[in-house]
Design a protein around this ligand. Structure first.
Ligand code: SAH
Length: 253
């Protein structure tokens, strides 16, 4: 069987217990070597076959999975963060279906959660934004036209931009065509949860300059939105003394 496992954003203790168990038991691990922390491979048992998918094509990955299945082995396909975001898992699953190979999927802590934690930020601040847009800038991989960054920017929602730290001037320009302004708070979070993590706070107007100043061109997320500003939000209803919930009677009403 093949287990897709989210490795988490970097720190090796941010994989789930279930994911770690599967790594320990695996006969074969195919890991996304461009971003998965190799420290996780220390969990592999002696004799476990280890492949770095950064150097492989989809066909080569599938050939390894097929051979391991023939031997009745357990394979872990280790993806960075959570595999449902930019993980290219659907194409693997469809081929496994075709080959009659069973699989399951273990979620992981996505880097967008790691980045929020690094910045001690809450994406969904009451009175500021109740929506998080997760997207990327079109590059060598296209993005559907209706999802162009300039169009998504119309909402002024909290935004997390993956895979785009190498295109900061274009990101900045596109976002300024929407509801954000040059003064909108922004942050670059480089290698969230890794020892070399960096949180660079700036504004949308200084985003590209901040990236250049700190030489951040990859393995970073771009966070944009007023959720990064420390003031001006409403307190939550949930913990308001006056607010009645299913679990607590409030003082009003
Ligand atoms: N599935 C992954 C995303 C893979 S796409 C997840 O859930 O996080 C790869 C992109 O993710 C990188 O270009 C970068 O934008 C972002 N990324 C991955 N790990 C990161 C980290 N630790 N810190 C900041 N950005 C990260």
């Amino acid at each position: 069987m093949v287990h897709f496992v989210g490795a988490g954003p970097g720190a090796p203790d941010l994989i789930t217990l279930r994911g770690a168990e599967l790594l320990r038991a695996a006969d074969c691990i195919i890991y996304a070597g461009s971003l998965v922390n190799p420290a996780l491979l220390a969990l592999a048992r002696d004799g476990c076959a280890v492949y770095n998918s950064a150097e492989m094509t989809l066909e080569q990955v599938l050939a390894v999975m097929q051979e391991q299945e023939r031997l009745s082995h357990e394979t872990v396909r280790l993806h960075t963060g959570d595999a449902s975001l930019y993980g290219a898992i659907r194409e693997q699953m469809d081929q496994l279906d075709r080959l009659g190979i069973a699989y399951d999927d273990v979620p992981g802590v996505s880097s967008f959660c790691g980045a929020a934690a690094a910045a001690c930020a809450e994406y969904t601040l009451p009175g500021i934004s109740q929506t998080v847009i997760i997207t990327r800038m079109a590059g060598r991989t296209p993005v559907p036209e209706r999802e162009a960054l300039s169009k998504l920017a119309a909402h002024g929602a909290s935004m997390v931009i993956f895979l785009s730290a190498g295109m900061l001037p274009a990101v900045q320009e596109a976002l300024l065509q929407g509801a954000y302004t040059k003064a909108t708070p922004a942050a670059l979070v480089y290698k969230a949860t890794w020892p070399e993590e960096k949180v660079v706070r700036c504004t949308l107007g200084t985003l590209a300059q901040a990236g250049a100043d700190h030489q951040i061109t990859k393995t970073a997320l771009i966070l944009v939105g007023d959720f990064l500003a420390p003031a001006g939000y409403d307190r939550s209803k949930l913990y308001d003394p006056g607010f009645t919930t299913e679990f607590r009677k409030g003082s009003e009403g």
